[in-house]
Ligand binder design. Structure first.
Ligand code: ATP
Ligand code: MG
Length: 351
């Protein structure tokens, strides 16, 4: 009965922001007389401490039957020297779930836009999404090794992997402003030549979407110079890793941004904030829970088609920010729990 969500709070600030988020989710669904079942499991460093493995069998089993997975964050200095690494759990989780499309929406909250490193006029109307291929390219290609004389990585993309991420991005662009920017390095890289050719082949299937190609070096500049001109960006794994981190600072704090990762239609998706476990502030009740809350809102919308409930959370977050409820990273003094309580109060009133 109800939606079955596997909860992996993880390490560092993960458990703190997850607690706030679960409370808000339960509240929002109760208002519309729906139920959500949380199945909390060990993951990352927390799982290593108890079981010796970052992604133990019980967690794997829970993920395999989940409707969606909510993830806090993993890792921390405690496990830096360990033989088992929390980050290995993350790669194994993505692989098991088959999530090939990592989606990071970037928008600016007007209440905190003064924290952005960009001039205010450049931030006007910034609202775009980075779609990053997550299971291929340089991070996975074989051979991969290093020795005294050389270090080797292999950048390989097969056509099918490019097609599925490009289709995903076109479909997303069709639901937004209809602008797709494909980012590659087709003047130098063979994998990028195949990438660009594949995008061109698929483009006629989505006549409502306008496609632009950009080289990754130019794209890195344009993200700073004219971020408002982007709608949907699609790119391969490493370019997406770098560009999405670049994009994440536009809004002023890493703590603000959500993400989702998707497999084929019909399979469960993974939702997590873009930031890491922030060990420097863990346990202090000062972490910003917004990236986690907005990830949960994405889950309601995308996995469960609960549009109204997702919007309720997003609106409450904007209202709280505008009312001056700001965590430390945003220059305020509101605690994690106090921010959560404010969101609950706003949802209570709007429900
Ligand atoms: P990872 O390798 O896991 O990505 P990282 O060290 O690159 O970790 P974060 O853990 O995201 O990055 O932390 C970077 C900085 O941002 C830290 O100073 C951290 O305290 C801060 N930070 C990250 N997330 C939040 C948050 N939700 N609220 C407040 N501060 C945050
Ligand atoms: Mg990082």
């Amino acid at each position: 009965m109800g939606y079955n969500v596997t909860v992996l709070a993880g390490d560092g600030i993960g458990p703190e922001i997850m607690a706030v988020t679960q409370t808000v989710l339960t509240q929002v669904l109760a208002q519309s007389e729906q139920q959500i079942q949380f199945n909390a499991q060990l993951f990352g460093g927390a799982a290593i401490d108890v079981t010796g493995s970052p992604f133990p069998p019980a967690t794997q089993a829970a993920v395999a039957t989940a409707d969606a997975v909510l993830l806090g964050s993993v890792g921390g200095p405690k496990w830096d020297e360990a033989t088992e690494r929390p980050e290995q759990g993350l790669l194994a989780l993505r692989k098991q779930m088959g999530v090939f499309a990592n989606v990071r929406p970037v928008k600016i909250f007007s209440a905190v836009k003064h924290l952005s490193p960009l001039r205010e006029e450049r931030l006007e109307a910034v609202d775009f999404v980075v779609v990053r291929e997550l299971l291929g390219g340089l991070y996975f290609g074989e051979p991969k090794y290093f020795n005294e004389k050389e270090g080797v990585d292999t950048l390989r993309y097969d056509k099918a992997s490019i097609e599925r991420i490009v289709h995903y991005a076109f479909k997303l662009a069709a639901t937004r402003k209809g602008e797709l920017t494909s980012i590659d390095k087709a003047n130098v890289l063979a994998s990028s030549k195949l990438w660009r050719q594949t995008v061109e082949e698929i483009a006629p299937l989505y006549r409502e979407v306008r496609v632009t190609h950009l080289y990754v070096d130019a794209a890195a500049m344009h993200l700073i110079q004219r971020p408002a001109q982007f709608d949907v960006i699609v790119t391969e794994n490493m370019f997406g890793d770098i560009l999405s981190d670049e994009a994440s600072v536009l809004g002023g704090s890493l703590g603000l941004l959500p993400s989702s990762s998707h497999a084929q239609a019909g399979r469960a998706a993974l939702y997590e904030p873009i930031h890491g476990s922030a060990p420097d502030i863990a346990g202090q009740d000062c972490a910003n829970p917004i990236g986690m809350l907005l990830s949960a809102a994405m889950m309601l919308r995308q996995s469960f088609q609960l549009e109204a409930e997702a919007t309720q959370i997003e609106t409450a977050v904007e209202t709280a920010l505008a009312a001056g409820f700001l965590t430390k990273d945003l220059g305020g003094q509101t605690s994690t729990r106090a921010f959560g309580a404010k969101i609950s109060e706003l949802i209570e009133r709007s429900g």
